[in-house]
Ligand binder design. Structure first.
Ligand code: HEM
Length: 213
């Protein structure tokens, strides 16, 4: 179960890294971002049909999400079932803020992703008013402080989740057996969580303060 959690988690790390990088195209202006959004749909043509790449990605993400949640629930159930009586005094000896927030952070991220898909993929929710080009949808949305706030909170939760997730995956994959390896794994976890969160934060904040308009 932990291996399943680690492998599906690493698939998400790859996705969010590419997604955060892609979002930075907003800094290049309307043409750059709209061309990028168009290329996401024509990528791989004519070997793949229009939007073929996006659909492959969606299936991989959905299957990974199902397996990630399934392994999380079953590990959670196992941990709870391991004792028939609750501890009278329960004090964690070595748990970090990140590890304790994994479950609730994971659940919060799930709800954010549902909101995010309704917002920028299906456009069911369109705080910016009219649904127009990808660039206008993004810029119109993040000019609103409360939309930016929702995304900033979600991205910070993602940063924590990634930090602890990468650290746990390193343990599961046997990459933390020596002190030097543990230091390397911790550095990697900080870099992955920090850099991905930073890259996600730049476009909404740049739009909010009108550096990008
Ligand atoms: C500031 C943060 C973010 C911005 C500005 C942003 C922007 C966008 C945009 C514009 C799209 C639509 C792309 C298109 O259809 O051309 C999109 C899709 C998507 N985003 Fe984000 N995103 C952000 C954060 C996230 C995070 C943190 C996650 C996941 C943890 C995420 C997951 C997704 C997914 C799954 C899709 C749908 C891909 C598809 O099936 O078409 N996004 N995002």
């Amino acid at each position: 179960m932990k291996l399943l959690m680690a492998v599906t988690g690493l698939i998400f790390v790859g996705f969010v890294a590419l997604h955060a990088y892609g979002n930075l195209m907003v800094l290049g202006g309307a043409d750059t971002f709209n061309t990028y959004a168009h290329h996401l749909r024509t990528f791989g043509q004519p070997m793949l049909p229009y939007e073929g790449f996006l659909w492959v990605l969606r299936v991989v993400l959905l299957v990974s999400l199902a397996l990630h949640v399934y392994s999380a629930l079953s590990l959670w159930g196992r941990a709870n079932g391991a004792r028939s009586t609750r501890y009278a005094v329960k004090k964690a000896a070595a748990s970090s803020l990140a590890s304790r927030t994994m479950r609730y952070g994971g659940i919060a991220l799930f709800f954010f992703i549902v909101f995010h898909l309704l917002h920028l993929t299906t456009h069911t929710i369109h705080p910016q008013g009219t649904v127009a080009t990808p660039y206008e949808n993004v810029v119109g949305s993040f000019e609103l402080w409360w939309v930016t706030l929702i995304y900033v909170v979600a991205v910070l939760a993602l940063g924590f989740h990634l930090f602890h997730g990468v650290w746990s995956a390193a343990q599961t994959l046997g990459l933390t057996s020596t002190a030097a390896a543990r230091a390397r794994a911790k550095l990697l976890a900080h870099l992955v969580g920090g850099l991905i969160a930073l890259a996600f934060l730049i476009p909404p904040l740049a739009i909010l303060v009108r550096i990008v308009k």
